[in-house]
Design a protein around this ligand. Structure first.
Ligand SMILES: [Zn+2]
Length: 110
């Protein structure tokens, strides 16, 4: 398996770069924390969508609020084309409430 160092999604060995971040994939995932998201903390899914644009908007809202998050495909085996199968955004459990507030405008649109 190969990994994206930014979103930490897994990809097949033949994949060259992350479709989300555009970064070159590596075989060894770097030590935790280098992505800015602390993977050792308890996480909560705060948003799901199979629309890539919704995920992008949600990411921008979270970034604007300064909340650390990660985006994952619904199913790791499909992560090479995650936007076809749906994506989820995870935040640290402690940021869940704040993230919910950040996304409230997004949810209202739907
Ligand atoms: Zn990525």
């Amino acid at each position: 398996m190969k990994y994206c160092t930014k979103c930490r999604n897994e990809f097949e060995d033949w994949a060259g770069e992350c479709p989300e971040c555009g970064l070159v994939l590596v075989y060894d995932i770097p030590p935790e924390g280098s992505s800015g998201f602390d993977c050792s903390v308890k996480t909560a899914v705060i948003y799901r969508s199979n629309k890539w644009r919704d995920i992008e908007v949600a990411k921008n809202l979270l970034e604007a609020s300064g909340i650390k998050f990660m985006v994952k495909g619904m199913d790791a085996s499909f992560s090479i084309i995650p936007y076809l199968f749906g994506m989820k955004i995870l935040v640290a459990e402690k940021d869940k409430e704040e993230a919910g507030k950040a996304l409230i405008n997004l949810k209202r649109q739907r």
